[in-house]
Design a protein. Structure first.
Length: 561
């Protein structure tokens, strides 16, 4: 007699719903003689479809991207193909002094570059979507714990390694009669009240302190400031302006297992530049206005009347044209891959951007490196902010134009600054990763005084797509059931149990909306997501341009509020 173990559907996941189940039990003999050439068998097609769907590791992702940018910088150029196509700024003055200033037109920023007939490059329609930008699919595959990071907090320069945690600066305050030690952080701290922190500084050999409260009187400050109660600490350990780093601790009674790890995750490229297709969304535009103006022949450098355009409002679809087989591949936490990323890189083939230093034109940094005032991190001579993107060049009329070399499958790129907690089995992005591009001042001069750190544009290269979801609930299992525990689980020596989050099956969505359910056809998954690709000019309010803010600024208020 066979032994059956019946697992109710509601126990598959902690959030699984109950469904009616039945097992047909027959008293007849299950063995029968198979007649020669007899292939007739009754199958449950929906069950076969679901089994194939759950076992498939092949994906064909599609990203819908809304491109938002502000064409913000006026420059001067004497190179005729650029000079004659500018969106002119004060052309009356330009006629008088024969120095033509204006903005590069929209097609220097768009994903799609049309044939402009400007005489600068030999336009090839097949390359229309790769003149300005290139597109790849990547995944986070490794953690870098020794990444050197540097930022400025209230005029103080802080340098640390990613594994050290999150830097802070101390300010002693009084709130509602309570004396508090206030810790201002360079990025989101991800702390909750009653959790603890392990500080890099100590008081009487004590480094673990409980979080008493969050924030101060400024809007949004609870994400960047935490407070520790001050019962009357003496000495200089917690003096104002003291700099240090901290790590989050969930349970002060179990510091070793509940202390978070900090790192910069690294991405690996899965596709080549020709493996993705970019198409315009036929009738969809973003809600911002397109700036156009008539350039009269009497007010143009080449005496030709034309219409110039400063911004565009097009949305795009970016799809993989080859199967991505993720079988046997794992993410940066050694788990089955649950996230893919659309990685967008500025190529700038026209040569407006990417004047190099040591072969690198594009700078890299994190949200904590972006401020309203030009940050020294982005200086051309700061090698710590050099990206992995190498430049190539070509010459026309004695002028050198630079552009970024295409990436290829297997290349590595830097990513976000993150936190991981083994006990919680969850990853948090604390500060997103950004690129900065600046104009080649030998081609398009935006500043009268030469500088190694000119204003430029920031953009976020990596845009995430969820292809699997991990459960909201932490599962546990003891040593007796080790065969039922996934390989990525964490073993708690204190609790003598394994801890993990279940990887939800395709098509399962819990009561909170967590889960994925996208088309499956011909043994391939077809995930889809929407994202916004922002190109943010330097020196404007980062609250309105960036996703979040690296500092808690007060909102803008008009005269009626």
């Amino acid at each position: 007699m066979n032994n059956y173990t019946i697992i109710p559907s509601k126990l598959k996941y902690k959030s699984s719903p109950s469904v009616d189940q039945k097992i047909s039990v027959s008293l007849s003999n299950k063995n029968s003689t198979l007649s020669d050439n007899d292939r007739i068998k009754t199958v449950n097609l929906s069950q076969v479809f679901d089994e194939e769907r759950q076992n498939s590791s092949i994906f064909r992702p599609t990203f819908k991207v809304k491109q938002l940018y502000s064409n913000n910088y006026v420059g001067i150029t004497n190179y005729p193909p650029f000079r004659d196509t500018l969106y002119y700024y004060n052309p009356v003055n330009s006629v008088g002094n024969n120095s033509w200033s204006g903005y590069p037109q929209f097609y220097e920023f768009d994903f799609y570059r049309p044939d402009t007939n400007d005489g600068h490059i030999q336009y090839q329609a097949i390359s229309a979507y790769t003149y300005n930008w290139t597109y790849y699919i990547s995944y986070s595959f490794r953690n870098e714990y020794l990444e050197v990071l540097k930022t400025q907090l209230n005029n103080t320069i802080i340098t640390w390694a990613s594994q050290d945690g999150i830097p802070f600066k101390i300010n002693n305050i009084t709130s509602n009669g309570d004396k508090l030690i206030s810790f201002e952080c360079v990025c989101q701290h991800n702390l909750n009240v009653s959790e603890s922190v392990e500080l890099s500084i100590s008081y009487n050999n004590k480094k673990i302190f409980e979080v008493y409260s969050l924030g101060n009187d400024k809007l949004g400050s609870e994400k960047f400031i935490f407070n520790v109660y001050n019962p009357g600490y003496t000495g200089t350990s917690f003096a104002n302006n003291t700099i240090g780093t901290f790590k989050r601790v969930i349970d002060s009674e179990n510091i070793k297992e509940t202390k978070s790890k900090y790192y910069v995750r690294k991405h690996k490229i899965l596709t080549n530049v020709d493996d993705l297709i970019v198409t315009k969304c036929g009738f969809e535009r973003n809600p911002f206005l397109e700036n156009k103006q008539m350039e009269l022949s009497s007010l143009t450098s080449n005496k030709i009347t034309r219409i110039s355009k400063k911004n565009n409002t097009i949305s795009y679809l970016i799809s993989s044209k080859k199967d991505l087989d993720l079988y046997g591949m794992y993410d940066n936490q050694k788990r089955p891959i649950s996230e893919l990323f659309l990685t967008v890189i500025n190529k700038g083939y026209s040569g407006y951007f990417n004047s190099p230093n040591l072969g690198v034109g594009t700078k890299q940094g994190w949200q904590f490196n972006i401020s309203l005032k030009n940050n020294s991190w982005w200086d051309k001579n700061n090698n710590l902010s050099n990206s992995a993107l190498q430049t190539l060049s070509y010459q026309i009329s004695g002028i050198t134009f630079y552009y970024n070399q295409d990436l290829k499958e297997g290349d590595e790129l830097t990513g976000d600054f993150c936190e991981w907690n083994d006990y919680e089995q969850k990853e948090y992005v604390l500060s997103p990763y950004y690129h900065k591009i600046t104009f080649n001042q030998n081609v398009f001069q935006t500043t009268a005084t030469p500088t190694t750190n000119p204003d430029g544009y920031y953009y976020q290269p990596h845009h995430m797509m969820k292809i699997r979801e991990f459960s909201n609930y932490i599962e546990t299992g003891d040593l007796k059931n080790i065969d039922q525990v996934p390989t990525y689980s964490f073993f708690s020596e204190v609790n003598q149990e394994f801890r993990w989050r279940d990887l939800l099956t395709y098509g399962f969505v819990d009561e909170t909306g967590l889960g994925v359910d996208y088309p499956y056809l011909n043994n391939s998954h077809y995930p889809y997501t929407e994202s916004i690709f922002k190109i943010a000019p330097e020196g404007i309010n980062t609250n309105s341009i960036l996703t979040g803010s690296d500092k808690p600024y007060q909102p803008n208020i008009d005269g009626c509020e």
